[in-house]
Ligand binder design. Sequence first.
Ligand code: UD1
Ligand code: MG
Length: 421
Amino acid sequence: MSNIAAIILAAGEGTRMKSSLPKVLHPVCGKPMLQYLVNTIRSAGIKKIVAVVGHKAGLVRDTLKDIKCVTQPELLGTGDAVLKAKTVLMKDKKINTVLVLCGDVCLVTTETLSAIIDRHVSTRAGCTLLTAYMKNPTGYGRIVRNSNNRIARIIEELDASIYEKVIEEINVGVYCFNKEILFECLGKIKPNQRKKEYYLTDIIELLAKSSIPVESVTSNDSEEFLGVNTREDLNKVEQVARRRALDKITLKGVTVIDPYNTYISEDVIIDKDTIIYPYTFIENDVTIGSNCSIGPFARLRPGTLIEDGVSIGNFVEIVRSRIGNSTKVHHQCYIGDTVIGRNVNIGAGTIVANYDGKNKHKTIIEDNAFIGTGTILVAPVRIGKGARTGAGSVVTKNHNVPAGKTVVGVPARILKIKKER
Ligand code: UD1
Ligand code: MG
């Protein structure tokens, strides 16, 4: 794959989204759209990726930290955007094939990219397009074929006649080009009369007229090929991405009782025989072991690691914390920046006060500790092995509880057991 590069078009504003955030940065199942494309391209074995950025370029570059970005100073259309990658790609003599992906077609899979590349290589085409069949494909470019069923051109919705608008085969926005042909043809396209933009799609007619073969890979699975242009599209894509994320963990042996009312981010890892109860939110960067019970109504936020056999109950929020084997956090708790050992019981209504208004501090609760109902732990603080807190106690900061001791009251003090006479 060292001869193939990918260009991601990510300069557009996404006006139809009506958002101050660039379209390609809108999160889908917890991750920016662009990140999906980068991951998919990489898993297809392509190392060289160039992203074209423009609108709010700084923000987009920050998301694409380790990707080469080139700037499109004026948003003059997808054809102009691809041209901005010319210098970088022409310099690299090893590259002879270029994949071009619209940044808003984020659900395309690695298998599909590989299928386009395979077809492109085996047919030696000038361009191989991804097309799909869609009922009422408003907004998409339509594939116009000639009497021999060869692709003759792509007509955009705005320019399409009523006869062309009924075509159900659409341009997905993912293409594989011969590098030399791509940049040579881009130099020849003229701005679209109506939108005054250079359309990448106009290349297809140029190729067809010069008898350079245009091939296609076609699918009926229009779901994979949704382009996000509006919030409505974003909702549809979110549903698909969420279902894929759930399918992934279900295949690993996890039970999700109510998939329609459970949110699990794309990169969450959950081990087998864990059960997720309804109305649970599991965000990015969360790992859960085996044989756990999570929810209903639990919220696990980034930086949470839950070991095996843990039970997390209703209205429990956990962030940047580690919960040890067989520990129970059952009812109405907030646990932040905390390391909890094994076999700990966190009583109902326990709150870790990790934030002092300026900084966040750590709490450590060691193995076999028993935290009484309604305890407040003011961080930084450490609860020793097997120690106990009484119901409603407030353990103030730095007042660590030694192993085996019991504290009670506000502020919490060590309970002294009177000696019997
Ligand atoms: C485009 C295609 C259309 C296809 C559809 C698939 C063109 C002319 N049309 O339309 O045939 O059916 O995608 O989803 O290509 N961008 C830039 N610079 C620009 C303009 C756009 O980088 O000057 C980027 C955008 O950030 C976006 C991508 O190109 O990621 C596609 O732009 P968009 O406006 O969404 O094109 P569509 O109207 O969807
Ligand atoms: Mg689009």
